[in-house]
Ligand binder design. Sequence first.
Ligand SMILES: [Zn+2]
Length: 65
Amino acid sequence: MDNKNTKIIRMCASCKKVIDQNGVWQVQDHPDKSYSRIQISHSICPDCVIELYPDIDLNEENETI
Ligand SMILES: [Zn+2]
């Protein structure tokens, strides 16, 4: 099994943006073809967190969202 060729991307479940290696959320239309497998980990980008959960305190790191 070749696990090192699997790319895990974090995608916003709301707006479908993905986070790049620089920690920037942006729209990505085409999956990276250099990886044989792409595993999508659904998340929520900060913009959508504010929209969907206006009461959340962003100063508190919460990776489980
Ligand atoms: Zn979003």
